[in-house]
Design a protein around this ligand. Structure first.
Ligand code: NAP
Ligand code: MG
Length: 491
């Protein structure tokens, strides 16, 4: 292989700095206290307890949120059962579809407000919540609205029926989008729902509850109950639930799988990842570098399918590393509401500590760590974009999901070698291939043991595409027609 020459690294002493361009948050409507959304109404929790949701960029409290206990979960499940038996499963499918269309449209109308709330509650840059999370959430409601009265075309020759009450538990990295991924197909197929958002990002799910009220969704069809892990466990273990849809960590996924073993509840699990982004010597290098940066630093690396491992063909390794560092030096870390921000706040102090301890372990194991020299605000939770080189296949930085802006870089010589290395983790959620050769894309993608493979792009999502993992990345698929199947039974 011919070695490419490497120009000296660019110096950024004269780096451009942008004037602040904060999104105005004056018009958003937030209450100081949120109750549980059960049977179409906001009701106080049986425990009388509340927890704070904070803004991770300022560490300031945004609102108090109700903490649901097992009695509240029971109320929510009963409301969902009654709505299923009396209303939702009896309604003509086309009418169900109309509700979903209505929800999608209201979501679009309120997109600006909800994007700001998503960024305040979770720390993600407004550019992402505005351009990706909220539009995609609305797109999922539109997409599944269209299927509601066309199930005989979705599953030709089969008669389908809904399962009943779905218990849905979601994480903090794409709060509203994960809610839409789960609620839209469940309702389209005729099920009712009890959903629990993550403790650190409950606000957009509660705004969605207000949208359900505005859309006149019949009471009990969707119930939103807030709380921590114990609330999630109460949903999993409630005997009135017919199906569990969980997105979150592999560790909690395993606990749920054990709890459900031996019951007749159906379940889907969307869990962690450690995706390989593979760049071959014939790739368009600048595009690949941009895609790799997007793949791992997008949403602070809080992405299950983040391209957190990079495999570079050996003869272009120096060139790619230099270009990567140059590009990373230009990334802006800071105020999530500023439209220039590339990397927002880490979602919680707990997550920040987890990232720090995994990076420390990587250094102790002999990895070489490089970080951007960018400034970070003094208050709030921040982590500079970080690269690791000289890492072994067995090192924790290569094997463990970090869920932060940290990229582990390894080199390879042959296609066979990189396939073997890329497959060598417990996960199998996603991957990326960068090459000029279509044949190489087909060869490598067919051998990677991962559910989603992007070629010459990364982190692209669409409601029509199924998404889900192999191995410890989970079971079942969400999105597309595949995403309807976990919510139906065949007669
Ligand atoms: P997590 O700790 O597993 O939490 C996920 C959800 O489960 C939260 O709502 C959590 O509540 C709840 N929970 C915690 N313990 C529970 C229990 N024993 N029983 C039932 N529910 C319980 O995950 P996370 O840290 O929020 O999210 C990050 C993880 O999600 C990463 O591993 C990421 O890869 C994965 N993820 C996967 C996908 C995918 O599609 N495959 C998509 C996004 C994220 P609290 O938050 O209140 O504790
Ligand atoms: Mg929060």
């Amino acid at each position: 292989m011919k070695k490419q020459s490497v120009a000296p690294s660019l110096k950024f002493d004269t780096k451009w700095s942008y004037a602040p361009a904060p999104e105005s948050a004056d018009h958003i409507q937030l209450k100081s206290q949120y109750e549980l959304f059960i049977n179409g109404k906001f009701v106080v929790p049986s425990s009388g307890k509340y927890f704070d949701t904070i803004n991770p960029a300022t560490e300031k409290k945004i609102a108090l949120v109700a903490d649901a206990n097992a009695a509240d979960v029971d109320k929510a499940v009963k409301a969902a059962r009654s709505a299923y038996d009396k209303t939702w499963s009896k309604m003509p499918a086309a009418e169900r579809g109309k509700y979903l269309f209505r929800i999608a449209r209201i979501l679009q109308e309120k997109a600006r407000e909800i994007a700001i709330i998503e960024s305040i509650d979770g720390g993600k840059p407004i550019r992402e919540s505005r351009d990706m999370d909220i539009p995609l959430a609305a797109a999922h409601f539109f997409y599944y609205a269209g299927w509601a009265d066309k199930m005989e075309y979705a599953f030709p020759g089969r008669t389908v029926k809904p399962l009943g009450v779905a218990g849905q538990i979601i994480p903090w990295n794409f709060p509203l989008l994960m809610a839409a991924w789960k609620i839209a197909p469940a309702l389209a197929a005729g099920n009712t729902v009890v959903l629990k958002p993550a403790e650190t990002t409950p606000l957009t799910a509660l705004k969605l509850a207000e949208i359900f009220q505005e859309a006149d969704l019949p009471p009990g069809v969707v119930n939103i109950i807030t709380g921590a892990g114990a609330t999630g466990a109460a949903i999993v273990n409630h005997p009135g639930i017919d199906k569990i849809a969980f997105t979150g960590s592999t560790d909690v996924g395993k606990i749920i799988q054990k709890a459900l073993a031996g019951t007749d509840k159906k379940y889907t699990l969307e869990l962690g990842g450690k995706a390989a982004n593979i760049i071959f010597e014939d790739a368009a290098i600048d595009q690949a570098v941009e895609g790799i940066v997007n793949g791992i630093f997008f949403n602070q690396g809080h992405v299950c399918c983040a391209g957190s491992r990079l495999f570079v063909q050996e003869n272009i390794a120096d060139l790619v590393l230099r270009k990567l560092k140059d590009r990373i030096e230009t990334l802006i870390v800071g105020d999530p509401l500023d439209k220039n921000t590339d990397i927002g706040a880490i979602n919680s102090k707990e997550q920040l500590n987890k990232i720090k301890s995994l990076v420390k372990a990587g250094i102790n194991e002999g990895g070489e760590c490089w970080q951007s020299s960018c400034a970070v605000p003094s208050k709030g939770y921040w982590y500079r974009p970080t690269l690791f080189t000289k890492v072994a296949q067995s090192s924790s930085i290569v094997q463990k999901e970090i869920f932060g802006p940290v990229l582990a870089i390894q080199t390879f010589r042959t296609v066979e070698e990189v396939i073997e290395k890329a497959n060598n983790t417990p996960f199998g959620l996603s991957g990326g291939i960068w090459t000029d050769k279509g044949s190489k894309i087909f060869k490598v993608s067919s051998k990677l043991r991962a559910g989603v493979i992007w070629a010459n792009t990364y982190n692209k999502f669409d409601p029509t595409s199924p998404f889900g993992g192999y191995k410890e990345s989970g079971m079942g698929r969400e999105g597309g027609l595949h995403g309807l199947q976990p919510y139906i039974d065949f007669n």
